[in-house]
Design a protein around this ligand. Sequence first.
Ligand code: BES
Ligand code: ZN
Ligand code: ZN
Length: 513
Amino acid sequence: MDVRVSTRDVRQFDGDAVAVGVFSDDTEPQGPAAALDEAMAGVIAGLIAAGEITGAADEVTLLHTLGKIEPERVVVVGLGARARFTPDRVRRVAAIACRTLRKAGARRVGLALAGAEFGVNLAQVARAATEGALMGLYEFTKYKSSKNGNGADGERDGGARRRQIESITILGRGREPALREAVERGQIMAEATNFARDLGNEPPNVLTPTELAERARRMAQEVGLECEIFGPDRMRALGMGALLGVAQGSAQEPRFIILRHRGGPANEPGPAFVGKGITFDTGGISIKPAEGMQAMKMDMCGAAAVIGAMRAIARLKPAINVTGIVPTTENMPDGNAYRPGDILRALNGKTIEIVNTDAEGRLILADALSYAVQQGMAPLVDAATLTGAIVVALGKVRAGLFSNDDLLQRTVLSASEIAGEKFWPMPMDAEYDALIKSDVADMKQTGGRAGGAIAAAKVLSNFAGETAWAHLDIAGVNDRDKKDAEGDSGATGFGVRTFAEIATLLAERNGAR
Ligand code: BES
Ligand code: ZN
Ligand code: ZN
């Protein structure tokens, strides 16, 4: 997608459609909406006066300009109350506007959501508008045949034949370099998010552990990251008994993917971002019910978030070393599969009593966290579609945040606010340790239904040890069940932008040291 910036008056935009915003407390159009209104003989003011445009959040009004200005269409989007105007709102509204205009056949779209006269930070708004536009327009159509894939519905349901928006112009009346920088950052973030969504949406017969590693390697080459990939022999030599235990039931070989961004001193290990990469989770011998099992192709969305974030980091170039680590395997039932009752030994020497082979994510992360600790990396942040329990607790709005370190927890929350991704801090009291006490091994893998997401985090904490660590349980927020005004159904790429912002904050903190 071609993304441009213009600081000229919205009336001079020469594309074929333009979006402007109206607040619910406006009694007449303001900023770019006022400028367009003037050029269009007061039609927007008239619709506000008539109560047809209310400015309510997400409201969409499509107007035809009938030759009065260059663009053929103007979409007026509701921004909600002025007092509640945030970058989140802009992101959402930009997505809605672009999706509306794509449906209407527009190719060159201007977004005039960013007016300094709105009394908001123009750079923040411009960045959010860029992200919203690019993420809102994302589609996963590679498996839809262009001619008769879905019959006559090919166009309406997002078939590859649909007309596409070719360029987005962010229109803002402000300092151009600042605007340009903000839009560029938004573009990097959105493209990395969409890259992660592509990985999440791939079917599990295509995106095997080997293929995930290949895609990471190709991406690394493209953007200038170092990439190292371990196979089962190397895992055995290192002692990754937990990852190998999960992998032994699969015909597909596991992989251990390492991506390195070098932006700091050579001798500084720097932080590690770790992502759960189960390319398909059947549950193994403790097999899952058939209904809904297809969603478990997305059990690698933590991995996708890390790989996507590393792509963004390679382009943003923070002055810090960052390592992305992805353990990846399938979880399958088989004659060779691991069993409930088995005891596995992880890379750091600790033993885990298996209770339920469907709790596989914490096992592969155990080896990955141990590896990062062994390499001296700190702090550690992992992302994983780890538990159904976090979906019960937080639904599909916020991800769970667990940590053994207050400063890191605050850093993650600050990063997530800048990124526009929502988390909720979860408890890690010592009393919860009892959940995973085992009679036969160093720990039990699960603690039953009560506090399920916390028990999982407690298992992980055993492998982070004394190293500052945070765990993002992104089950639930990693995919959208149904397409809505803001985006298509499928993988959301959740976590990419928070990870990238964490790297930025850590680099800034180093710089201030
Ligand atoms: N991948 C699942 C968690 C999950 C559930 C992700 C729903 C996305 C949506 C994980 O491997 C799993 O199956 N966890 C079990 C753990 C239990 C057996 C202790 C769960 O949450 O039920
Ligand atoms: Zn599972
Ligand atoms: Zn899983």
